[in-house]
Design a protein around this ligand. Structure first.
Ligand code: NAD
Length: 343
């Protein structure tokens, strides 16, 4: 039996999650909810996706634009087993009671407060905690990136504490009104930033402090990570742990010439739909180990890193598969794990 999935909110994340769900043999994408009859709605319809609107109110705007919506969110909720909410920050929380009333399971995104769902989720770190729950919150792109590296090293070498500095992208490509255009903005001006506490929603035992700035780029975030392990390790140990971990690409700047986020995305454009890189990228030559201290620099493709996590969260909540099986199926369906030229 295939799990019937709906996606509410069809922007940066929702569009990608809908696409990823449509590639899974054990899932059926029943439809997506779109607020406006714009190019993304037209593209969805052109590719055979049934497009719903939030309420009756938006139906007339679709009609006026010559588009026929399949119905309202309420109609969609009556046809699915689970909804992936990918609406803007804070909007998901206002929908939580609606999903609950409809008696379906729900996945929220990292822009919501942790208490929106029963559990905050990262497939590699706490898949089993989400098994058969009613709701989960897939943590944000920055948090997902931090967690991939931390859980990979913790599983193999044991992590004691983390200090990380985050360089955040200013906007996604379609967000034409966001910035900064010509500044490096402390975001937030205080330390710690919210990212450390967000990591702790998944790993409550971890000693972690983060700080962040936002810069004028749309491509990726970059993190400088400084970690203390539970015991001494060698650079080879750390390299091996990261290399053998799923959803992490260790990219050698020496052998690829890729020394920037622009190089990564440029390379991905030739081999990946939309140029997405859902894996965490760790720059190999940035890995430095002294005793129990590990330093590395990583890049996070904010538009896609949470996409495989959403697919796994669907399997965890609905009890479709074990952690290992789900990650394997998701990664193979999305073509993760190799990126010719880089890894
Ligand atoms: P987005 O603005 O690109 O997309 C949100 C979509 O929801 C838009 O199409 C918007 O029209 C629609 N929408 C607005 N109000 C709605 C409503 N009431 N009902 C239904 N749809 C509505 O946002 P996004 O970047 O995809 O972010 C979605 C969530 O994912 C947020 O929680 C965000 O924090 C999180 N997230 C974003 C990123 C990222 O880098 N973009 C990464 C990880 C997680």
């Amino acid at each position: 039996m295939r799990v019937r999935v709906g996606v509410n909110g069809y922007g940066t994340i929702g569009r990608r999650v809908a696409w990823a769900v449509s590639l899974q043999d054990d899932m059926e994408l029943v439809g997506v909810v779109k607020t406006r009859p714009d190019y993304a709605a037209r593209q969805a319809m052109a590719s055979g996706i049934r497009v719903y609107v939030p309420t009756q109110k938006e139906l007339s705007a679709f009609e006026a634009a010559g588009l026929e919506a399949a119905g309202t969110l309420e109609d969609l909720l009556g046809k699915v087993d689970i909804i992936v909410d990918a609406t803007p920050d804070g909007v998901g929380a206002s929908y939580a009671p609606v999903y609950s009333k409809a008696g379906i399971k729900a996945i929220f995104q990292g822009g919501e407060e942790p208490n929106v769902a029963e559990v905050s989720f990262n497939a590699m770190c706490n898949y089993d905690e989400a098994q058969n729950r009613r709701s989960a919150r897939v943590v944000s792109c920055n948090t997902t990136g931090l967690l991939r590296g931390i859980c990979s090293l913790n599983e193999r070498l044991g992590v004691r504490s983390v200090r990380a500095f985050l360089v955040r992208r200013g906007a996604d490509m379609h967000e034409v009104r966001r910035g900064p255009i010509n500044s490096i903005v402390l975001s937030p001006p205080t330390v710690p930033s919210h990212h450390g506490p967000d990591v702790k929603t998944v790993l409550p035992w971890l000693d972690i402090v983060t700080s962040a700035v936002t810069v004028p780029t749309t491509l990726m975030h970059v993190h400088y990570v400084n970690m203390r392990l539970r015991s001494r390790a060698t650079r080879e140990d750390v390299l091996e742990a990261l290399r053998s971990s799923r959803r992490i690409l260790v990219v050698s700047t020496k052998y690829t010439g890729a020394t920037s986020t622009a190089h990564l995305i440029d390379a991905a454009r030739w081999h990946r739909p939309r140029g997405d890189i859902p894996e965490l990228v760790v720059f190999e030559e940035s890995i430095h180990v002294e005793g129990d201290e590990v330093i590395y620099t990583q890049a996070v493709h904010q538009e896609s890193i949470v996409v495989p996590e959403n697919v796994d969260a669907i399997r965890a909540l609905t009890g479709l598969a074990s952690k290992e099986r789900s990650i394997e199926v998701t990664d193979s369906s999305l073509g993760l794990g190799s990126l010719p030229g880089l890894f």
